[in-house]
Design a protein around this ligand. Structure first.
Ligand code: OGA
Ligand code: NI
Length: 208
């Protein structure tokens, strides 16, 4: 199937079900590059405990989410990380086939240590309503039944679904409506996670 048709089908599924799962998502080269980038940041101890909203209370945070993150920066990392060209393509495919006007994205590496989870939530929250589409690519080789760490999704009016965080599996879903959670993981669980953003441009430009 032609590349455009593949994307058209994926975007149809996203529009119809509020999510789409895509296996074997990245090319071998981009995946390898991403995995070595991840290991490098992990070895350099660059991943920090993720926060939530306004609270800095680590006990409260731990009861909600247990992941460690490292935010990507295109201008800083473009040479080292080949993923950005894929993210640009995804953004333009969503704009073309879902008729959105996404203007930007924000992504982080995420590591869930053994025993951690992320309780049921929506990614679009009050005061931060510019997250339109959530996107996750999993990086877990040899993930087996019983390893836990599944993404559980709650599509409106439809059956819940459990998605294993298999290497090179990608999921896109609507940030404003799709409730989801990360079930407790029994092994360290890696992903790159982010959001396609809608940033309305200012209506009035003030010139000097
Ligand atoms: C998130 C999230 C899900 C996952 O970071 O907001 O819900 O499967 N992640 O990692
Ligand atoms: Ni989420």
């Amino acid at each position: 199937m032609e590349e455009q048709n593949i994307w058209e089908n994926r975007m149809d599924t996203l529009s119809q079900f509020d999510y789409v799962v895509m296996d074997n998502f990245l090319s071998f080269e981009v995946l390898s590059n991403l995995k070595s980038y991840f290991s490098q940041k992990e070895n350099q101890d660059k991943l920090d405990k993720a926060a939530i909203g306004a609270t800095g209370d680590s006990k409260v945070i731990n009861e909600i989410r247990g992941d460690y993150t490292y935010w990507l920066d295109k201008s800083r990392d473009e040479q080292d990380l080949w993923l950005f060209e894929v993210l640009d393509e995804v953004k333009s495919m969503i704009n073309r086939f879902c008729f959105l006007s996404l203007s930007d994205y924000e992504f982080h590496l995420a590591l869930y240590p053994e025993g951690s989870f992320y309780k049921k939530h929506l990614d679009q929250f009050k005061g931060r309503n510019n997250r339109m589409i959530s996107m996750i690519i999993y990086l877990n080789e040899n993930w087996h039944n019983g390893d836990g760490g599944e993404l559980k999704i709650y599509p409106e009016g439809k059956e819940e679904n459990i998605i294993a965080p298999l290497e090179n599996r990608c999921i896109l879903f609507r940030s404003d409506v799709l409730y989801h959670e990360v079930l407790p993981t029994n092994k360290p669980r890696k992903s790159v996670t982010g959001w396609m953003l809608y940033q309305p441009s200012p209506l009035i430009t003030v010139s000097p």
